[in-house]
Design a protein around this ligand. Structure first.
Ligand code: HAM
Length: 424
């Protein structure tokens, strides 16, 4: 037996139906905000990700040489690909550009519940918007998207990486390592990195700042602790909250100055959304304002984005009791006896052509086995073609939910199915 690679999953029809249901909800949310869908390749040149994704992701890359000896990698996320696409082909489109994409991404990490090597993201970016308005719009979409899925219990935490970057500007090349230590709340490493940068005096202040969480008062406290360098970022978050109030969302976010994010390209507002109903991997989404276009050789473009992890949103929704529809078959057509097979196929073709999801017996089962099968695949109706009935121009229509069975003139079957299921 060949097993699937570690950290990957197979999706059976029930799992796939949930996946598509959540995808559809996310897509509808994005489109209701005027975002348009794009797609980028699963495999990219390795350089795209080594430019600025941060050591976390680089260590986790699925990277290899292709047959032409080129260094390539499976995408660990979408943002770098979207910016590459923007710089090479989308630059001339009217701005702001509001783009979304959905698909798989790969990170070679230690698999555990909620953390996979192949996982699925819903990703949205706004490029070329005015920063504050774009950040608010993007946060509003992230919250609306989770609501569309049916989540009610998530917590959105918003911080500003610019605050810490300004405070740590003297750290130079060590800034990224210090931020990584803060992201992981690894205070031993933080101490070592600060010492290396000659900034040990900031240790206590930083630890206090990343522990600040709450309302507007938290911003006052940060301004006091970090001093003038942090003022623009603090002021930005105040204005962001004001802007969010225009969406009715001022109270939907908590300030959390410990949101640092694991990717290196963030420069502005940053946020993370958690579901309290998941285990250790409870972050269902995250994002923020970032600078990546310049690093990839282009001119600057205001950029803000986020991604939601499909593999976490689905169990989070289920934990909140969101109804997940199983795969559905509208009708299962059962010929009883050889001669009715031709008539059965006529009915199958007619119902399929009308847009219904229809299946029929392919292996010559008897009527009761066929009804069992119809039940097991979730058919809503069974159409049973007995020879005598057929001779009288009728078929039996069985409602698989109630068990009720009625004889219907074959000529009006389509109308009857449509009236029971709604036209498709
Ligand atoms: P990220 O925080 O690395 O951000 O990932 C976003 C979401 O993807 C996470 O919150 C989580 O739900 C899900 N996720 C990440 N890794 C895994 C994994 N191994 N298994 C299951 N789910 C996972 C980004 O990827 C950024 N590109 C978001 C962004 C877009 N920032 C700006 N634009």
């Amino acid at each position: 037996m060949i097993e699937r690679p570690r950290g990957t999953r197979d999706f059976d029809p029930a799992a796939m139906a949930k996946h598509r249901q959540v995808e559809d909800a996310l897509r509808r949310a994005a489109e209701s905000f005027g975002f348009r869908e794009i797609m980028t390749p699963t495999v990219e040149h390795l350089d795209l990700f080594t430019a600025k994704s941060g050591p976390g992701i680089i260590e986790e890359l699925y990277a290899f040489k292709d047959k032409g000896g080129r260094d390539v990698a499976l995408r660990p996320e979408f943002t770098a690909s979207v910016i590459r696409f923007y710089l090479s082909e989308l630059r001339s489109l009217p701005k702001p550009l509001k783009l979304y994409c959905l698909g798989n991404a790969f990170r070679y990490e230690e698999p555990q519940k909620g953390r996979y090597r192949e996982f699925f993201q819903f990703n949205a970016e706004i490029l070329g918007g005015a920063s504050l308005e774009a950040d608010a719009e993007l946060l509003a979409l992230a919250l609306a998207a989770l609501r569309h899925v049916g989540l009610r219990q998530t917590e959105a935490r918003v911080g500003h990486i610019g605050m810490l970057r300004a405070f740590l500007r003297e750290a130079g090349a060590r800034q990224a390592a210090i931020l990584h230590a803060l992201d992981k709340k690894d205070f031993e490493r933080l101490r070592a990195e600060l010492a290396g940068a000659g900034l040990s005096r900031h240790e206590e202040t930083l630890k206090t700042v990343v522990g600040l969480k709450g309302g507007l008062d938290v911003l006052d406290e940060a301004a006091r602790l970090l001093g003038g360098d942090a003022a623009p970022a603090v002021d930005y978050l105040r204005r962001l909250r004001e802007r969010l109030s225009h969406y009715g969302l001022a109270d939907a976010v908590t300030f959390d100055l410990g949101v640092v994010r694991g990717l290196d390209y963030y420069t502005g507002m940053v946020f993370e959304i958690d579901s309290p109903n998941l285990g250790a991997e409870k972050q269902v989404g995250g994002g923020g304002g970032y600078t990546l276009a310049e690093l990839l050789g282009g001119e600057p473009v205001a950029s803000t984005g986020f991604a939601i992890g499909m593999d976490r949103v689905i169990p989070a929704a289920e934990a909140e009791g969101v109804r997940m529809s199983p795969p559905v078959l509208d009708a299962y057509v059962i010929p009883v006896g050889g001669p009715s097979r031709v008539a059965a196929m006529e009915i199958v073709r007619e119902l399929r052509a009308a847009g219904f999801r229809v299946d029929t017996d392919l292996i010559g089962r008897g009527p009761s086995k066929n009804l069992d099968f119809a039940n097991s695949v979730g058919a809503r109706l069974a159409v049973i073609l007995g020879e005598k009935e057929l001779a009288a121009g009728k078929v039996s229509l069985k409602d698989m939910g109630t068990g009720e069975q009625t004889a219907v003139p074959a000529a009006s079957l389509l109308a009857e199915v449509a009236s029971r299921l709604g036209a498709r």
